[in-house]
Design a protein around this ligand. Structure first.
Ligand code: SAH
Length: 196
């Protein structure tokens, strides 16, 4: 297939942590993503006070933006540095506690209680730990997942969704023979087969 050359590629969690240490985070955008602003109505669908999930969240500024609108935000990120930078860059006081169900994991929560970031691998989460969500903002998440883990990632995401939840997904369109990723190329046909 046209994405064949990327299929075997693996970026380890350790490599992601190193990217953060080296400041190699070109994916981070200081300004909120224009597509979230454009499709916010689709995500919210007239609802307020939603629980919104940010898989592979980095220090995405949109988490603050949605929390300020009255929603409750949960993210998961393997780099503790990213999580701490999120809170410090927005001058948000937070507390830190272990997650009893996941060995080695920590949960960082804003003192106001509306932003909770889990520092662990997304594959350690389940709905019994984080609950279910009314909305998902997936930018730099499915496209950052190793191609071999896509099915597992999507099955997990589906298990974290409430019945009427909305899922906004951003992908990147490019020639996968010219760039090894991430972001990986995820063709629309694969998105359809993964999510059904
Ligand atoms: N969504 C963010 C970050 C995208 S980059 C944004 O829009 O800016 C992908 C992020 O996923 C990185 O910060 C990386 O550290 C994190 N990550 C990679 N694999 C992960 C995993 N298995 N579990 C949790 N986080 C992971």
């Amino acid at each position: 297939s046209d994405a064949g050359s990327q299929k075997e590629r693996v970026v380890t969690e350790e490599e992601w942590i190193q990217k953060w240490e080296m400041g190699n985070i070109g994916f981070h955008k200081e300004q909120g993503h224009p597509l979230l602003q454009k499709y916010l109505d689709v995500l919210l669908n007239g609802r307020s006070g939603l629980r919104i999930f940010f898989p592979l969240c980095g220090k995405a500024v949109e988490m603050k933006w949605l929390a300020d609108m009255g929603h409750s935000v949960v993210g998961v990120e393997v780099s503790e540095q990213a999580v701490k930078e999120f809170f410090s860059e927005h001058s948000l006081p937070y507390c830190e506690e272990p997650v009893p169900e996941i060995s080695g994991a920590k949960m960082f929560q804003s003192t106001s209680g509306n932003i909770s970031l889990y520092c662990c691998s997304i594959y350690d989460l389940s709905s019994s730990i984080v609950g279910k969500f009314d909305g998902v903002w997936d930018r730099g998440a499915l496209v950052a997942v190793n191609p071999r883990d896509r099915q597992r990632y999507v099955s997990l995401m589906i298990s974290l969704m409430e019945k009427n939840s909305s899922y906004l997904l951003v992908t990147v369109s490019y020639d996968p023979n010219k760039h090894k990723g991430p972001p990986f190329y995820v063709p629309e046909s694969e998105i359809k087969s993964l999510f059904g």
